[in-house]
Write a protein that binds this ligand. Structure first.
Ligand SMILES: [Zn+2]
Length: 245
């Protein structure tokens, strides 16, 4: 059964009430609505817990999509009690973890502004993220960090604009990813815009992001690796380079 993905319209929603619509054979749980982000576009799905009416908790380890994008499966940790269909529960996202992922994910967008090359892959992590670019140029790591921190400190607003799948297909130029498929298939696509009137950037993305660049905080490029002749892998970490030296 389709699940209403509340996180698509509110990145800061960490808790919500929901009704269990199915408990599948593999133990995965479906709800009428959810604030748990499902693994997609390089951003890992949310973890957290369910709070039942009697106060007991069910820990959730994994959130992912089912056979189609509108199906969202919540996988409990091993050995947990399972709820029953029709039960109303309160969902709680592990917010400190998700907020770090939102900051990191936003940092990846900023990196794609500083390095305007086609993206061939990306993976968002709590402590480190990586973005792969199709580029042959050698680029100075500290100069990239400096440009990233300039965008952070300028505190640009970040907002979402919705366009239809057809509009995206008609404007292929707005897609920066080479191999990463834009989040089509739901009828509408979210364009993540940075800066007043998208002055800094806009690109299709279904992930969760912070609402101002300053929220990203201190970040730096920890490493730039050469992966083949035309591929460069950038690793982003939190904190200042000096703090790690
Ligand atoms: Zn994004």
């Amino acid at each position: 059964m389709p699940t209403t993905a509340l996180y698509r319209d509110d990145f800061y929603l960490s808790t919500c009430e929901a009704v269990v619509t199915a408990v599948n054979e593999d133990g995965s749980i479906e709800f009428d609505r959810t604030c748990f982000y499902a693994t997609s576009g390089g951003q890992p799905g949310d973890t957290g817990f369910l709070e039942r009416a009697d106060g007991s908790r069910i820990t959730l380890d994994v959130t992912r999509h089912g056979a189609t994008k509108d199906i969202i499966l919540h996988m409990p940790a091993e050995g947990q009690d399972l709820p029953t269909a029709g039960e109303t529960i309160v969902m709680h996202v592990d917010w400190p973890r998700r907020y770090k992922l939102m900051r990191m994910h936003t940092a990846c967008h900023l990196l794609s502004v500083v390095c305007p090359f086609p993206i061939t892959g990306a993976s968002v992590g709590e402590d480190e993220s990586r973005v792969d670019f199709d580029m042959t140029e050698t680029i100075d790591r500290d100069a990239v960090t400096k440009e990233l921190m300039r965008l952070v400190s300028e505190n640009h607003p970040i907002f979402v604009q919705w366009i239809t799948d057809d509009e995206l297909v008609a404007n292929p130029g707005i897609v920066k990813s080479k191999n990463v498929r834009p989040p089509v298939g739901m009828g509408r696509v979210s364009l993540v815009c940075i800066g007043e009137d998208s002055a800094v950037d806009s690109q299709p993305c279904g992930g969760t992001h912070v609402s101002e660049t300053q929220e990203v905080g201190a970040i730096h490029i920890a490493k730039i690796e050469k992966k083949g002749k035309e591929n460069r892998r950038f690793r982003i970490r939190f904190g200042t380079p000096d703090a790690l030296a």
